[in-house]
Design a protein around this ligand. Structure first.
Ligand code: TPP
Ligand code: SF4
Ligand code: MG
Length: 286
């Protein structure tokens, strides 16, 4: 018997949110992600974060590359730009520099960020572009049906590594810390409330904020980054963690077997648009 598909998007829920004085940031396009994909938590967390920060959706642009994660702009009712594979950050940078009143959030998968797009990250971080970059790391290429990615674990079997992955994975948090991203945090799709908090905190930072989200691909990874495994591994950063201490942040980030959740590092320093404004002023003075 064919059962009618029930929309996940309920009109009553929308009304409830509106009558509460909140905006609903979910779009009318239903997510095309597989049931159980960690990305639903990110989308939900994002709408909570925008409500908490009180940002109007007309003032937000979500920029993505290509991949399952990069479908994100279709499923939130902000402005969106689905760009080319790996070119999220250059486009996001251009948007922010053209109109710095906009809140710019760049999103994408681990392949988009660290394989084809990896060359852009160091420069966005060191120049402290005032935007948020959320990478949904499932350790695999989901959209193209399960090939290894730069963050796939050693020994992981995929369609491209049937005899086990022998490539050492990249370490995104260590990379971002050494590139001097001015805000670096980690969250987990299986802890949606914490994730929502972390998205809001990252977006509230002035400067380049990098949020790494550990997220299971339930369709192509049945053995490694599963909810069961990640749920056992993740831990909170210690209460006495000093997010102003870069070396301390690196030490916490280096515990590969027990990924910590929370804000690893933050610092306050001039952003790219501030530096450019100052340069403009100097060049036009006298
Ligand atoms: C220039 C270019 N090269 C390759 C591809 C094929 N391709 C599309 S998505 C993707 C990887 C997606 O993996 P990831 O960024 O981790 O996103 P996920 O699907 O896992 O969310 C690749 C290789 C492409 N679309 N464009
Ligand atoms: S293939 Fe994997 S990453 Fe893509 S939507 Fe399905 S579960 Fe999510
Ligand atoms: Mg991926």
């Amino acid at each position: 018997m064919n059962r009618p598909l029930k929309p996940v998007y309920l009109e009553e829920k929308l009304e409830e949110i509106r009558s509460d004085g909140h905006q609903d940031y979910r779009s009318k396009s239903l997510p095309t992600w597989c049931p159980g994909c960690g990305y639903f938590s990110v989308a939900e967390g994002f709408t909570f974060a925008l409500n908490r920060l009180g940002i109007d959706y007309k003032d937000v642009v979500v920029v993505s590359g290509i991949g399952c994660a990069s479908r994100f702009p279709f499923f939130v009712s902000t402005y969106g730009f689905h760009t080319l594979h790996g070119r999220t950050l250059p486009v996001a940078t251009g948007i922010k520099l053209a109109n710095d009143a906009l809140t710019v959030v760049a999103v994408g998968g681990d392949g988009d960020a660290f394989a084809i797009g990896g060359g852009h990250i160091p420069h966005a971080a060191r120049r402290n572009i005032n935007l948020t970059y959320i990478v949904f790391d499932n350790g695999i290429y989901g959209l193209t049906k399960g090939q290894t990615s730069p963050t796939s674990a050693l020994g992981f079997r995929t369609s491209t590594t049937p005899y086990e992955n022998g490539d050492e994975p990249l370490h995104p948090l260590m990379m971002l810390l050494s590139y001097r991203a001015s805000w670096v945090g980690q969250a987990y799709a299986g802890r949606p409330h914490h994730l929502a908090d972390m998205i809001a905190t990252a977006m509230n930072h002035r400067g380049f904020s990098y949020l790494h989200v550990l997220s299971p691909c339930v369709t192509f990874d049945k053995t490694d980054r599963t909810y069961a495994n990640l749920g056992m591994q993740v831990r909170d950063l210690p209460d006495d963690h000093d997010s102003g201490n870069l070396m301390g942040a690196m030490a916490e980030a280096s515990h590969d077997d027990a990924p910590a959740l929370g804000v690893f590092y933050k610092e306050d320093r001039p952003t790219l648009d501030e530096v450019m404004d100052a340069t403009n002023k100097r060049s036009t003075a006298g």
